[in-house]
Design a protein around this ligand. Sequence first.
Ligand code: UD1
Length: 370
Amino acid sequence: MPVLKLLFVVGSRPQFPKVAAVARAIAKHNASGDATQIEHCLVHTGQHYDDSMNDVFFRELELRKPDFNLEVGSGSIGYQTGASIERIYDTLGTWVPDWVVVFGDTNATLAGGIAAQQRHLRLAHVEAGIRTGNLHQAEELNRVIVDRIADLRFSATAATLNNLWDENLSANSFFVGDTMLDNYMHFLPKREMGFAASIGLKPGHYIYSTIHRAENTDYPERLGAIIDTLIAVNNEMMPVVIPLHPRTRAAIERLGRTGELEEAGVKVIDPIGFNRSQSLVEDCYLVYSDSGGLLREACFSGHFCVIPWEYTTFPEINEVGMANCGRVVKDEMLKRLFDAPGPQDRESITNFGNGTAGEQIVAKFVELIG
Ligand code: UD1
């Protein structure tokens, strides 16, 4: 019986749902009794390691424990990427797959891609073709490089597939839909109900915010404008809840503004897992976030997302009237928040496929090995 071997490289929070969708599809494929059975190996660079940033996602997404944890931990981009390349390279000498699969646009994505090519192994990139056009941003640099060196690219939307065509990368690039939508649909019936109410928020009457992009946290003027906006909107519009990423917490401290959000009544909580985040997005009035993942979950669930950023990773969400982006200036962001529409129907969901991205990815690997 032919065995197809896939090795997945992950490292940080946004990658866990993506790999979970593909792992579920593998389990389904193997259970179908298909002649080609799939073995997989999960390699975790260890970039994220806290319970709230890591373990909770493994539990809730029903992900198996990593086969290799490379324990890279925190540090500069140079350190994280370099150490990850070295350790992934070594791991690829131990467990040799037919394909190395990387996800999204983090340090683990770039490191996995480079190590795979250095080992002369075939490389596949899930969530290919996202472009903001700003190469000074770490994630953009990572995805441009990985798309260029990948042997197989899977796009979440038609527009991101078009970006690949524009770069002459049409060969071996496929639109499969978004693994985030797979998860959204899979876990919707199981999501934790009533988390908002349990922390004193009225469903339908709060803003769900997350801020973690280095472009926002690492520039005092921008972070200051975001803090001022959060306080103003909480006072003048409706309550705001913000699970605080450790990077953002540290940046607020450096700015000397620790405790200001809490004193102003903004509900600041520790980072939350997948289920609670799904619950908060489902019950909110709107989302104010610089996260590309939450932007999509907001769209799937019919909630508008005000993006505190000049760029967006998915302009197609803006085009269907479910998000806007713009300058990180208090008055402009406040206006966008006040003018944003409340919860809507979920029509725009179709841009991201039909919730079978994981299955289509697995089917493509099986077809290619055949
Ligand atoms: C990384 C990704 C980003 C992704 C984000 C999701 C890159 C370049 N960036 O950024 O694309 O959107 O993850 O969160 O790969 N920390 C903890 N506990 C942890 C992990 C980190 O406290 O488990 C703290 C450390 O102080 C660390 C800081 O958070 O220095 C930033 O973490 P890091 O992994 O470097 O980058 P993220 O901002 O999380």
